[in-house]
Structures are given as structure tokens and as C-alpha cells.
Design a binder for this molecule. Structure first.
Ligand SMILES: Cc1cc2nc3c(=O)[nH]c(=O)nc-3n(C[C@H](O)[C@H](O)[C@H](O)COP(=O)(O)OP(=O)(O)OC[C@H]3O[C@@H](n4cnc5c(N)ncnc54)[C@H](O)[C@@H]3O)c2cc1C
Length: 448
């Protein structure tokens, strides 16, 4: 690619903080709240116009289960947000989707705003973190771009919750991306509809989401020429997710070969995703029971990117850890969600593997695996923590830790660790794990 030399220039320093959190999705929001609650002067930087990432602007209709057992595996800030949603009528009306937590994204945006404000953290929206300035093994500043221009922000500890490990990558930390071919899971653009007769539609949706009893019904409609033969994996997620009466959330459709760290590909995901959503609704209006009057009211403002960079951390969580329900002395959370790695291509074999793994790899009831603190520590930079989707994990294990309850948990742990590191005048890698775990437990997070 042709390149030019950017002339050096002086830029303003926006501020100096104890902790700067980059990215305001579930991980970053929890991280900033935790850091501020633990006394750190905290700034949360988000490129979009609202907090929540995929849980709000990404239009993902539901949180994955916080746990399969009697008591939730993931507790803490994520569950606090759910409790608040419950109180203000912001949980979806799809009772049979529980323990998947269907939620109202608009109410959730306000809840995040309130929780962050109450914590005392400052938020900067419409601000993109575009780079870092390093001094030896430490980041001294992140560079930000917004309507006020290009500025720098200083902090003692930084948390990378961009989902893409943008900060870690800019700081030169090692990472992995995609499968052995370098291809990533398919992307999806989620959306919300109105006008669907849910009773009729649910039968259709269930036919795709489960095999139970509905397979024959589905096949008979195909035979009658009423429905196209659709590969189940392509349509998983059509499920009955009623966000508020009369409005369904759709987490469906695949856009392939998109690298979420490439602007051209991100553009293609938005353009193709919108088209796919409309074409499904158009198809449904003609052919699918209950969809005669269907309309889309919103497509996501953020592209549904399931996978990009996973940092090469001080410890890499593995599928073997998952399958053996392994725990560690530095666990900062426990979880039990299945291995959810969508196919990277439309190849039927790959699509079936996604289905097979998703259905068959659930841990036994009561079993959990541990998410250890060292998976949040990138290599080569000592004052950076990584939370959310890009924590250090092999590709299969990432299929479990990438979902939102786990992202809340790694976010809360990173924020708490950042604040404690500042308080103790130390670095995250040197932090006393007993102290961190005790603090997390005291503040509602389950660590064992
Ligand atoms: C289509 C799809 C369906 C899914 N379905 C489910 C589901 O049903 N249930 C579930 O629990 N999980 C689901 N997931 C997984 C889950 O939504 C994500 O993995 C999770 O949201 C990741 O959380 P995060 O905080 O790490 O990142 P994100 O939610 O992606 O948030 C990252 C935030 O950082 C911001 N950001 C990124 N880069 C920068 C930058 N350089 N500067 C400033 N800001 C930046 C983004 O705007 C965003 O707000 C789904 C994911 C996708 C893509």
C-alpha cells in the first residue's frame, strides 16, 4: 500500500486518569464501573453514541444464560444490570427463552448510563481510540480522535475492552486471529421487527432452532413448496425473542469472510446485513406463517462481529480447560456456557460442526470452568489489561468466553484489578490474587 509520512505535531492532552477504559461494550462498561467504584479516577471511551456494544447498538436480542445451574455462574455487575432491567420492565416478554435473558436495548442504554454515572466514571462518546504512545513496557497515552480533534489521554492503567484488542495491537502485543486459515466466524447484522404473529411464527422459528418434533413440519412445508430448504446453521438464532409486545429481535443470517479489523469488510457487513435482513422479511411476508405484516423497525448500528483478535496472554484458556471444567488459583469468574463457534464459511460440513459443538459440548449441570486472571494480561505491556471478547483463549474456548455474561465478568475483574493496582502502586501482574478475588466476591462477583 502506498504510504506517506505524517508530519509531527503537538496535540492537546485531554486529561490524566488513574484508569482509562477503551470501548464501552458489556466488558468496558463493567470495567469502568468497577474501577470507579473502587476509587479510581476513571475515563470510559466509546466510539459510538451509546454504551453497551453488541448488547444495545448491536441489537443482539438476549444475554446468553448467566448459568445453567440453580444459582448463576456469572454474578456481579452484569446481573445487576439485569436486575435493574427487571425493575423497570426492560426484560423481554419471551418467558420461554429464560434463562436466555431477552432485553429491551433502549432501556438497557439508559441503565448503563445510570450505572456508570453513579459509579463516578466519566464517559466520552463518539471518540475512537486510534493508537498509543509507549514508554518502554508501559503505555503512557492513548491517542483519541473525535469532533474536538486528535488528543492524548494519560493513565496509570489502561483496559482494552474494544472487543478487537485494538489497544493491545497498537501497543505491539502478540495476538491470534481466526482459524488456522486466518478466517473468522461469520458476522451477522441483528435487527428488530414488528408485525409478526408470534404464535404462528414461533412454530417456524422453533423448527429451525431445535430439532424437536418440528423437523417433519418443516420438511412438509418445504415439500409443499412453501419454504425453501434452509441449512439450520444458517438460520440459527431466528428464535422466539420477543423484546416487547409485538416486537421480535432477530439474531440471524451470516456474512462470510469479514475481518472486523478491516474497514472495507465492516462496510460490507453493514450493507449485506441490511439487505439480508430485508430479504428475510420479504421472504417471510410471502411464505412464512405469521409474517404477512412483518416490518423491520431497526437494524443494528454496530456490525455483528463474532471474532477478531484474541491476545496471546500470560495464560491461554483452552478447550481442554473447558472440557475438564478446570479451575485455577487466580480465577476471577466461573462460567458454564457451551462452545459457540459459528462456521467461518458456508461449507455444509463446517456449518454442521457449529451445530454439533453448540449442542453437544455443554458442561454437566453444576459444572463450571474458571476464567483466570492471567488470561487478561497481554504480553509485552505491563500496564494494560484486556477484557471481553479478546481475552487470551484458544479459538474453541473463545466460543464460550466471548458471550456477554462472561464479558461483564472479565470487565469487572479488569476494572477492579486496575483500581487495586493504582491503590497499591503496583502492576496488574504483581497484584495479590487473594486481595483481588476477595474484593470481587465482596462486590458481588462469583469467583469459585
Ligand atoms: C451477531 C452476534 C450475536 C451474538 N449473540 C449473542 C447472544 O445471543 N448472547 C450473548 O450473550 N452474546 C452474544 N454474542 C456475543 C457478544 O455479543 C459479544 O462477544 C460481546 O458483546 C463482546 O463484548 P465486548 O464488550 O468484548 O465487545 P463489544 O460488545 O463488541 O463492545 C465493544 C465496544 O467497544 C467499542 N469500540 C471498539 N473499538 C473501539 C475503539 N478503537 N475506540 C473506541 N471504542 C471502540 C465498540 O463501539 C463497542 O461499543 C453475539 C455476538 C454477535 C456478533
Amino acid at each position: 500500500m502506498k504510504s506517506i509520512l505524517e508530519p509531527a505535531k503537538r496535540i492537546p492532552v485531554f486529561g490524566t486518569y488513574d484508569v482509562v477504559v477503551c470501548g464501552g461494550g458489556p466488558a468496558g462498561t463493567a470495567s469502568a464501573i468497577a474501577a470507579a467504584r473502587n476509587g479510581a479516577k476513571t475515563l470510559l471511551i466509546e466510539q459510538a453514541g451509546a454504551l453497551g456494544g453488541m448488547s444495545t447498538l448491536g441489537e443482539v436480542p438476549s444475554f446468553c444464560p448467566f448459568g445453567k445451574g440453580k444459582k448463576p455462574a456469572i454474578t456481579g455487575i452484569g446481573l445487576e444490570a439485569v436486575e435493574r432491567l427487571k425493575k423497570c420492565g426492560g426484560l423481554g416478554v419471551t418467558a420461554d427463552a429464560i434463562p436466555w435473558v431477552v432485553k429491551d436495548p433502549e432501556k438497557l442504554k439508559v441503565i448503563y448510563d445510570e450505572m456508570v454515572a453513579e459509579s463516578g466514571a466519566k464517559v466520552l462518546l463518539f471518540t475512537f481510540v486510534s493508537g498509543v504512545i509507549k514508554s518502554k513496557e508501559k503505555i503512557s497515552y492513548v491517542l483519541i480522535e473525535n469532533k474536538s480533534g486528535r488528543q492524548a489521554v494519560a493513565a496509570k492503567i489502561f483496559v482494552d475492552a474494544t472487543g478487537d484488542a485494538d489497544v493491545a495491537a497498537a501497543a505491539g502485543c502478540a495476538f491470534f486471529k481466526g482459524d488456522k486459515r486466518g478466517i473468522m466466524q461469520a458476522a451477522s447484522l441483528c435487527y428488530r421487527s414488528i408485525g409478526i404473529d408470534k404464535k404462528k411464527y414461533y412454530k417456524f422459528a422453533r423448527a429451525i432452532d431445535t430439532q424437536k418434533g418440528a423437523k417433519e413440519w418443516w420438511a412438509s412445508l418445504v415439500k409443499k413448496g412453501k419454504l425453501a430448504k434452509i441449512d439450520k446453521a444458517e438460520y440459527r438464532g431466528l428464535g422466539p425473542q420477543e423484546i416487547y409486545p409485538g416486537s421480535l429481535g432477530h439474531n440471524f443470517g451470516h456474512v462470510y469472510f469479514a475481518d472486523g479489523t478491516n474497514a472495507d469488510d465492516l462496510t460490507r457487513v453493514m450493507v449485506s446485513g441490511r439487505k439480508l435482513a430485508q430479504s428475510f422479511i420479504e421472504y417471510g411476508r410471502k411464505h412464512v406463517p405469521g409474517m404477512k405484516n412483518a416490518r423491520i423497525v431497526a437494524t443494528a448500528a454496530l456490525p455483528g462481529i463474532r471474532e477478531t483478535r484474541r491476545i496471546k496472554g500470560a495464560y491461554e484458556l483452552t478447550l481442554d480447560d473447558y472440557l475438564n471444567a478446570r479451575h485455577f488459583p487466580d480465577d476471577i469468574a466461573v462460567y458454564d456456557y457451551t462452545i459457540d463457534v459459528h462456521n467461518a464459511t458456508s461449507n455444509k460440513k463446517e456449518a454442521r460442526k457449529f451445530d454439533r459443538d453448540f449442542d453437544s459440548l455443554w458442561l454437566k449441570k453444576g459444572q463450571t470452568y474458571g476464567i483466570r486472571f492471567r488470561a487478561l494480561l497481554p504480553q509485552g505491556v505491563s500496564n494494560l489489561l484486556v477484557a471481553g471478547r479478546s481475552v487470551s483463549s484458544d479459538r474453541m474456548m473463545n466460543g464460550s468466553v466471548r458471550v456477554m455474561p462472561a464479558c461483564f465478568a472479565t470487565g469487572q475483574a479488569a476494572g477492579t484489578a486496575a483500581a487495586l493496582s493504582v491503590k497499591k502502586n503496583t502492576l496488574p501482574a504483581k497484584l495479590d490474587m487473594k486481595l483481588l478475588r476477595a474484593k470481587l466476591e465482596k462486590q458481588g462477583a462469583r469467583v469459585k
